[in-house]
Design a protein around this ligand. Structure first.
Ligand code: KPL
Length: 301
């Protein structure tokens, strides 16, 4: 199978290596590729390995695409897909492997005949440079068809050497990830702190609990089952176990990149609004992070 990867950041590069390892062909779609192939080193606790996927300019012209993996930031999904749609075959399989929610509906509108998948992963990796990927952990990955309850098999993913499960209810899995991201990401971005520092400061900790309470209210109204235990407990456990991490939103802020706030807290607030529910703590966080995005004011390290 030939997989094209749209958005070859850390997760896209990691998937390029997993798909190549499983015997697939891989092409990275890039804005300005330097060469026809790109050598990338993957550094992990098991040592260093190299991959050499093909690269191609992101363009509406080129060979047909039957398998597309989208790993862009959530907010870039529509624009990126729009560029590639003329090349997608009518029955192409398209997998969105991203943080956040809201982009799946937009993608489904753009791809009426193609088979759309949503996936989420807890894999941890970061790109030291365009040619070096640091792999922290392979984590676990869940995938399911978007907009249908049919249990289908995503082409060729069964051969990937990772903890991967298919689920008929990917929406609930995405909601669980969203709930944790609502609890941790905006607060760490605003306070410029590591995940565990949300728990050691009583005021931040209290705000985290308030965020969780509002998220649970919205999920309940939508009949989404989050966790068996309170969300705050789950978020605290994740903040603890990823204690040394800089959340992805804080990393974006530090690198002066737009954040995924509109697809995390923004998505939650839009759902609340449709339901006529009030989520003042999340609404305030949404506005504060939006202002951070605009103002680009950063406290020193
Ligand atoms: O997914 C994450 C992120 O940073 O986006 C968490 C779970 C908060 C870990 O940092």
């Amino acid at each position: 199978m030939h997989w094209y990867i749209l958005g070859p950041g850390a997760i896209g590069t990691l998937w390029a290596s997993l798909l190549l390892q499983a015997g697939h062909r891989v092409t990275l779609l890039q804005r300005q590729p330097d060469a026809k192939h790109q050598r990338i080193e993957i550094i992990s606790s098991r040592g260093t390995s190299g991959i050499e996927p093909a690269t191609e300019a992101l363009s509406s012209e080129g060979p047909d695409i039957e398998h597309l993996l989208v790993t862009t930031k959530a907010q870039q999904t529509e624009a990126a897909l729009a560029q590639i749609i003329p090349r997608l075959t009518p029955d192409a399989q398209v997998v969105l492997l991203q943080n956040g929610m809201g982009q799946h509906e937009a993608a489904a509108r753009l791809l009426p005949s193609q088979l759309l998948w949503a996936a989420t992963t807890t894999a941890g990796a970061w790109r030291e440079s365009p040619t070096r990927l640091q792999l922290v952990s392979l984590g676990s990955t869940r995938i399911g068809p978007w907009g249908t309850n049919q249990m289908l098999q995503s082409d060729g993913w069964g051969a990937l050497e990772i903890d991967l499960e298919s689920t008929p209810d990917i929406k609930s899995v995405l909601w669980r990830k969203l709930a944790i991201n609502c609890a941790i990401n905006p607060l760490t971005a605003l306070h410029h702190c590591r995940n565990s520092e949300l728990l050691t400061d009583p005021a931040r900790h209290e705000r985290l609990r308030q965020v969780c309470h509002e998220v649970e209210t919205v999920a309940r109204a939508l009949e989404i089952r989050l966790f068996d235990t309170p969300l705050a407990e789950q978020a605290e456990a994740v903040a603890q176990s990823t204690g040394n991490n800089l959340s992805s939103m804080l990393q974006d802020i530090r690198l002066h990149r737009p954040t995924e706030i509109e697809h995390i807290t923004g998505f939650l607030c839009r759902q609340a609004e449709h339901l006529g529910l009030s989520v003042p703590v999340n609404q305030a966080l949404l506005e504060q992070v939006r202002n951070l995005n605009v103002a680009k004011e950063f406290p020193p390290d």
